[in-house]
Design a protein around this ligand. Structure first.
Ligand code: FES
Length: 323
Protein backbone atom coordinates (compact mmCIF):
# COMPACT_ATOMS: atom_id res chain seq x y z
CA UNK A 1 0.00 0.00 0.00
CA UNK A 2 1.15 3.57 -0.72
CA UNK A 3 2.38 5.72 2.14
CA UNK A 4 -0.22 7.81 3.93
CA UNK A 5 0.12 11.56 3.45
CA UNK A 6 -1.59 14.49 5.05
CA UNK A 7 -3.51 16.78 2.73
CA UNK A 8 -5.04 20.18 3.37
CA UNK A 9 -8.41 21.14 1.95
CA UNK A 10 -7.84 24.36 -0.02
CA UNK A 11 -11.32 24.90 -1.50
CA UNK A 12 -14.76 23.36 -1.69
CA UNK A 13 -17.68 24.12 -3.99
CA UNK A 14 -21.07 22.73 -4.97
CA UNK A 15 -21.24 22.37 -8.77
CA UNK A 16 -24.77 21.05 -8.21
CA UNK A 17 -26.81 20.58 -5.03
CA UNK A 18 -25.81 17.00 -4.23
CA UNK A 19 -22.19 17.01 -5.40
CA UNK A 20 -19.33 18.55 -3.48
CA UNK A 21 -16.13 19.45 -5.29
CA UNK A 22 -13.03 19.37 -3.11
CA UNK A 23 -9.56 20.72 -3.90
CA UNK A 24 -6.93 19.19 -1.63
CA UNK A 25 -3.23 19.78 -1.47
CA UNK A 26 -1.22 16.69 -0.49
CA UNK A 27 1.84 17.42 1.63
CA UNK A 28 4.94 15.96 -0.03
CA UNK A 29 5.52 14.43 -3.42
CA UNK A 30 3.79 11.10 -3.12
CA UNK A 31 0.76 11.69 -5.33
CA UNK A 32 0.88 12.14 -9.07
CA UNK A 33 -2.07 13.36 -11.10
CA UNK A 34 -3.06 10.95 -13.86
CA UNK A 35 -6.20 11.09 -15.99
CA UNK A 36 -8.27 8.10 -14.84
CA UNK A 37 -6.28 7.75 -11.61
CA UNK A 38 -7.67 8.10 -8.12
CA UNK A 39 -6.61 8.74 -4.56
CA UNK A 40 -7.67 6.88 -1.47
CA UNK A 41 -9.04 8.99 1.38
CA UNK A 42 -8.71 7.43 4.84
CA UNK A 43 -11.68 8.54 6.92
CA UNK A 44 -12.22 8.01 10.64
CA UNK A 45 -15.67 6.37 10.62
CA UNK A 46 -17.62 4.16 13.00
CA UNK A 47 -14.74 3.80 15.44
CA UNK A 48 -12.26 2.70 12.75
CA UNK A 49 -10.69 3.97 9.56
CA UNK A 50 -12.48 3.40 6.29
CA UNK A 51 -11.04 4.02 2.87
CA UNK A 52 -12.90 5.67 0.01
CA UNK A 53 -11.50 6.09 -3.51
CA UNK A 54 -12.12 9.23 -5.54
CA UNK A 55 -11.01 9.90 -9.10
CA UNK A 56 -8.82 12.86 -9.91
CA UNK A 57 -10.85 15.41 -11.83
CA UNK A 58 -8.13 18.00 -12.34
CA UNK A 59 -4.91 19.41 -10.94
CA UNK A 60 -4.54 23.09 -10.06
CA UNK A 61 -1.53 25.36 -10.62
CA UNK A 62 -0.68 24.92 -6.92
CA UNK A 63 -0.63 21.10 -7.50
CA UNK A 64 -3.88 20.70 -5.58
CA UNK A 65 -6.01 17.77 -6.72
CA UNK A 66 -9.69 18.17 -7.43
CA UNK A 67 -12.05 15.35 -6.54
CA UNK A 68 -15.84 15.30 -6.39
CA UNK A 69 -18.21 13.37 -4.17
CA UNK A 70 -21.91 12.71 -4.62
CA UNK A 71 -23.72 13.26 -1.32
CA UNK A 72 -25.86 10.17 -0.96
CA UNK A 73 -28.95 10.11 1.26
CA UNK A 74 -28.13 6.52 2.29
CA UNK A 75 -24.41 7.20 2.59
CA UNK A 76 -22.30 4.62 4.38
CA UNK A 77 -20.81 7.65 6.14
CA UNK A 78 -18.07 8.48 3.65
CA UNK A 79 -19.93 11.01 1.53
CA UNK A 80 -21.38 12.68 4.63
CA UNK A 81 -17.91 13.06 6.12
CA UNK A 82 -16.52 14.39 2.84
CA UNK A 83 -19.42 16.84 2.51
CA UNK A 84 -18.54 18.38 5.89
CA UNK A 85 -14.95 19.23 4.90
CA UNK A 86 -14.03 22.90 4.70
CA UNK A 87 -10.93 24.86 3.69
CA UNK A 88 -8.12 24.39 6.20
CA UNK A 89 -9.23 20.91 7.28
CA UNK A 90 -6.69 18.12 7.03
CA UNK A 91 -7.32 14.58 5.85
CA UNK A 92 -5.15 11.55 5.24
CA UNK A 93 -4.75 10.28 1.70
CA UNK A 94 -2.70 7.78 -0.22
CA UNK A 95 -2.09 7.33 -3.91
CA UNK A 96 -3.91 4.45 -5.51
CA UNK A 97 -3.15 2.62 -8.72
CA UNK A 98 -4.48 3.96 -11.96
CA UNK A 99 -6.72 1.08 -13.02
CA UNK A 100 -8.31 3.14 -15.75
CA UNK A 101 -5.38 4.47 -17.80
CA UNK A 102 -6.01 6.40 -20.98
CA UNK A 103 -4.30 5.04 -24.08
CA UNK A 104 -3.21 7.65 -26.56
CA UNK A 105 -2.49 4.86 -29.07
CA UNK A 106 -6.16 4.26 -29.89
CA UNK A 107 -7.12 5.57 -33.35
CA UNK A 108 -10.43 7.01 -32.06
CA UNK A 109 -11.79 7.74 -28.61
CA UNK A 110 -15.27 8.03 -27.18
CA UNK A 111 -16.24 8.64 -23.56
CA UNK A 112 -19.44 7.69 -21.82
CA UNK A 113 -20.12 8.91 -18.30
CA UNK A 114 -23.14 8.37 -16.09
CA UNK A 115 -23.71 10.67 -13.11
CA UNK A 116 -20.71 11.08 -10.84
CA UNK A 117 -18.86 8.68 -13.17
CA UNK A 118 -17.97 11.86 -15.04
CA UNK A 119 -15.03 12.45 -12.66
CA UNK A 120 -12.37 10.21 -14.30
CA UNK A 121 -13.88 10.78 -17.75
CA UNK A 122 -13.57 14.55 -17.49
CA UNK A 123 -9.87 14.28 -16.66
CA UNK A 124 -9.33 11.90 -19.59
CA UNK A 125 -11.25 14.06 -22.07
CA UNK A 126 -9.22 17.11 -21.05
CA UNK A 127 -5.99 15.16 -21.53
CA UNK A 128 -7.02 14.26 -25.08
CA UNK A 129 -8.11 17.80 -25.79
CA UNK A 130 -4.78 19.13 -24.53
CA UNK A 131 -3.05 16.63 -26.84
CA UNK A 132 -5.07 17.96 -29.80
CA UNK A 133 -6.90 14.65 -30.31
CA UNK A 134 -10.49 14.19 -31.46
CA UNK A 135 -13.03 12.44 -29.27
CA UNK A 136 -16.69 12.46 -28.33
CA UNK A 137 -18.00 12.72 -24.79
CA UNK A 138 -21.49 11.48 -23.95
CA UNK A 139 -22.74 12.45 -20.47
CA UNK A 140 -25.84 10.65 -19.15
CA UNK A 141 -27.56 12.37 -16.25
CA UNK A 142 -30.66 11.58 -14.21
CA UNK A 143 -31.71 15.19 -14.75
CA UNK A 144 -29.85 18.42 -15.39
CA UNK A 145 -30.19 19.69 -11.83
CA UNK A 146 -28.39 16.67 -10.37
CA UNK A 147 -25.34 16.75 -12.65
CA UNK A 148 -22.18 18.78 -12.14
CA UNK A 149 -20.28 20.84 -14.73
CA UNK A 150 -22.72 20.62 -17.66
CA UNK A 151 -22.32 24.23 -18.79
CA UNK A 152 -18.58 24.08 -18.24
CA UNK A 153 -18.23 21.00 -20.44
CA UNK A 154 -20.49 22.40 -23.15
CA UNK A 155 -18.22 25.45 -23.32
CA UNK A 156 -15.03 23.42 -23.10
CA UNK A 157 -15.76 20.59 -25.53
CA UNK A 158 -18.33 22.24 -27.84
CA UNK A 159 -19.59 19.81 -30.53
CA UNK A 160 -17.67 16.88 -29.02
CA UNK A 161 -20.00 16.99 -26.00
CA UNK A 162 -23.48 15.43 -25.90
CA UNK A 163 -25.80 15.51 -22.92
CA UNK A 164 -28.30 12.71 -22.41
CA UNK A 165 -30.97 13.72 -19.89
CA UNK A 166 -32.76 10.57 -18.66
CA UNK A 167 -35.67 12.59 -17.25
CA UNK A 168 -36.49 13.98 -20.71
CA UNK A 169 -35.15 11.27 -23.04
CA UNK A 170 -35.47 8.04 -21.08
CA UNK A 171 -32.55 5.72 -20.44
CA UNK A 172 -29.72 5.58 -22.94
CA UNK A 173 -30.34 3.16 -25.82
CA UNK A 174 -27.10 1.22 -25.40
CA UNK A 175 -27.42 -0.64 -28.72
CA UNK A 176 -27.97 2.54 -30.69
CA UNK A 177 -25.14 4.26 -28.83
CA UNK A 178 -22.65 1.47 -29.54
CA UNK A 179 -23.92 1.04 -33.11
CA UNK A 180 -23.20 4.69 -33.87
CA UNK A 181 -19.53 4.42 -32.89
CA UNK A 182 -16.89 3.93 -35.56
CA UNK A 183 -15.56 0.32 -35.33
CA UNK A 184 -12.06 1.61 -34.56
CA UNK A 185 -13.27 3.51 -31.51
CA UNK A 186 -11.93 2.81 -28.05
CA UNK A 187 -14.74 3.51 -25.58
CA UNK A 188 -14.03 4.61 -22.01
CA UNK A 189 -16.97 4.56 -19.62
CA UNK A 190 -17.71 5.08 -15.98
CA UNK A 191 -21.13 5.20 -14.37
CA UNK A 192 -23.79 3.24 -12.57
CA UNK A 193 -23.89 -0.52 -12.90
CA UNK A 194 -27.11 -0.76 -15.00
CA UNK A 195 -25.78 1.64 -17.64
CA UNK A 196 -22.44 -0.12 -17.84
CA UNK A 197 -24.04 -3.57 -17.97
CA UNK A 198 -26.28 -2.48 -20.87
CA UNK A 199 -23.35 -1.03 -22.82
CA UNK A 200 -21.17 -4.07 -22.16
CA UNK A 201 -23.96 -6.34 -23.45
CA UNK A 202 -24.47 -4.14 -26.52
CA UNK A 203 -20.71 -4.06 -27.16
CA UNK A 204 -20.52 -7.82 -27.06
CA UNK A 205 -23.70 -8.28 -29.16
CA UNK A 206 -22.27 -5.97 -31.82
CA UNK A 207 -19.12 -8.12 -32.02
CA UNK A 208 -16.85 -5.25 -30.99
CA UNK A 209 -13.27 -5.98 -29.91
CA UNK A 210 -13.46 -6.53 -26.11
CA UNK A 211 -10.15 -4.76 -25.45
CA UNK A 212 -11.53 -1.55 -26.96
CA UNK A 213 -14.06 -1.21 -24.18
CA UNK A 214 -12.47 0.19 -21.04
CA UNK A 215 -14.41 1.00 -17.95
CA UNK A 216 -14.27 1.77 -14.28
CA UNK A 217 -17.09 1.14 -11.86
CA UNK A 218 -18.08 2.67 -8.58
CA UNK A 219 -20.03 1.35 -5.64
CA UNK A 220 -23.61 2.30 -4.69
CA UNK A 221 -24.82 1.72 -8.23
CA UNK A 222 -27.24 -1.16 -7.87
CA UNK A 223 -30.39 -1.64 -9.91
CA UNK A 224 -32.49 -1.39 -6.75
CA UNK A 225 -32.31 0.52 -3.46
CA UNK A 226 -30.21 -1.03 -0.72
CA UNK A 227 -32.02 -2.81 2.12
CA UNK A 228 -30.70 -4.56 5.26
CA UNK A 229 -29.93 -8.27 5.25
CA UNK A 230 -28.02 -10.81 7.32
CA UNK A 231 -25.33 -13.39 6.64
CA UNK A 232 -23.76 -16.20 8.58
CA UNK A 233 -20.11 -16.98 7.96
CA UNK A 234 -19.76 -20.73 7.52
CA UNK A 235 -16.13 -20.93 8.68
CA UNK A 236 -16.59 -19.01 11.95
CA UNK A 237 -20.31 -19.27 12.65
CA UNK A 238 -20.53 -15.47 13.03
CA UNK A 239 -23.94 -13.92 12.34
CA UNK A 240 -23.54 -10.51 10.73
CA UNK A 241 -26.26 -7.91 10.14
CA UNK A 242 -25.68 -5.56 7.21
CA UNK A 243 -27.38 -2.19 7.42
CA UNK A 244 -29.04 -0.47 4.49
CA UNK A 245 -26.25 2.09 4.26
CA UNK A 246 -23.36 -0.29 4.86
CA UNK A 247 -21.51 -2.67 2.54
CA UNK A 248 -21.27 -6.39 3.31
CA UNK A 249 -17.49 -5.95 3.33
CA UNK A 250 -17.62 -3.24 6.00
CA UNK A 251 -20.08 -5.24 8.09
CA UNK A 252 -17.83 -8.32 7.93
CA UNK A 253 -14.74 -6.31 8.84
CA UNK A 254 -16.50 -4.61 11.74
CA UNK A 255 -17.55 -8.06 12.97
CA UNK A 256 -13.89 -9.12 12.96
CA UNK A 257 -14.17 -11.47 9.98
CA UNK A 258 -10.86 -11.64 8.07
CA UNK A 259 -12.09 -10.91 4.58
CA UNK A 260 -9.52 -9.58 2.14
CA UNK A 261 -10.13 -6.66 -0.18
CA UNK A 262 -8.36 -4.21 -2.41
CA UNK A 263 -10.26 -2.04 -4.91
CA UNK A 264 -13.59 -1.70 -3.05
CA UNK A 265 -15.17 -1.09 -6.46
CA UNK A 266 -16.18 -4.58 -7.52
CA UNK A 267 -13.27 -4.89 -9.91
CA UNK A 268 -10.51 -7.05 -8.39
CA UNK A 269 -12.54 -9.93 -6.94
CA UNK A 270 -10.40 -10.14 -3.79
CA UNK A 271 -13.39 -9.73 -1.48
CA UNK A 272 -15.43 -12.48 -3.19
CA UNK A 273 -17.54 -14.64 -0.89
CA UNK A 274 -19.22 -17.87 -1.89
CA UNK A 275 -22.92 -18.37 -1.26
CA UNK A 276 -23.68 -21.73 0.35
CA UNK A 277 -27.38 -21.13 0.97
CA UNK A 278 -29.58 -18.13 0.32
CA UNK A 279 -33.02 -16.90 1.23
CA UNK A 280 -33.44 -13.89 -1.03
CA UNK A 281 -31.82 -12.56 -4.19
CA UNK A 282 -28.36 -11.23 -4.93
CA UNK A 283 -27.99 -7.67 -6.22
CA UNK A 284 -24.72 -7.96 -8.16
CA UNK A 285 -22.99 -4.59 -8.53
CA UNK A 286 -19.50 -5.76 -9.46
CA UNK A 287 -17.79 -5.99 -12.82
CA UNK A 288 -15.52 -8.86 -11.77
CA UNK A 289 -17.73 -11.95 -11.76
CA UNK A 290 -18.91 -13.37 -15.06
CA UNK A 291 -22.39 -14.82 -15.53
CA UNK A 292 -21.19 -18.29 -14.54
CA UNK A 293 -19.72 -17.06 -11.25
CA UNK A 294 -22.70 -14.99 -10.20
CA UNK A 295 -25.04 -17.79 -9.19
CA UNK A 296 -22.97 -18.79 -6.19
CA UNK A 297 -20.74 -15.85 -5.26
CA UNK A 298 -20.72 -12.11 -4.80
CA UNK A 299 -18.18 -9.34 -4.31
CA UNK A 300 -18.73 -8.14 -0.76
CA UNK A 301 -17.46 -4.60 -1.32
CA UNK A 302 -20.31 -3.57 -3.62
CA UNK A 303 -22.81 -6.43 -4.07
CA UNK A 304 -25.44 -7.35 -1.51
CA UNK A 305 -28.71 -9.19 -0.94
CA UNK A 306 -32.10 -7.70 -1.67
CA UNK A 307 -33.09 -8.55 1.90
CA UNK A 308 -33.13 -12.02 3.47
CA UNK A 309 -30.26 -14.14 4.68
CA UNK A 310 -27.33 -16.10 3.24
CA UNK A 311 -24.80 -18.59 4.51
CA UNK A 312 -21.49 -17.50 3.02
CA UNK A 313 -17.93 -18.74 2.77
CA UNK A 314 -15.12 -16.22 2.82
CA UNK A 315 -12.44 -17.05 0.24
CA UNK A 316 -9.60 -15.73 2.36
CA UNK A 317 -10.56 -17.93 5.31
CA UNK A 318 -11.28 -21.07 3.31
CA UNK A 319 -8.39 -20.83 0.89
CA UNK A 320 -5.90 -18.67 2.81
CA UNK A 321 -4.74 -15.17 1.90
CA UNK A 322 -4.19 -14.37 -1.75
CA UNK A 323 -0.77 -13.06 -2.68
S1 FES B 1 -12.36 -5.32 -3.07
FE1 FES B 1 -12.07 -5.54 -5.20
S2 FES B 1 -13.91 -6.50 -5.86
FE2 FES B 1 -14.23 -6.09 -3.77
Amino acid sequence: MSALLEATIVATARPCPDVVQIDLLPHGEGIVFEPGGHIDVHLPLEGGVQVRSYSHVAIGPDRSLRIAVRLLPDSRGGSRAMGRLKPGDRIRVSAARNDFPLSFAAPRHAFLAGGIGITPILAQARALKDAGRDFTLHYCVRDRASAPWIAQMQAEFCAAFTLHDDSAQGLLDARAFVGALDPETELYMCGPHPMMAAVKAAWSAAGRVPARLRYESFANSGATDSVPFTVQVAETGAEVAVRRNQSLLDALLMAGQPVMYDCRRGECGLCKVEIEEIRGEIDHRDVFLGDAGRAAALCACVSRLRGGHALIRIDSISHGPHV
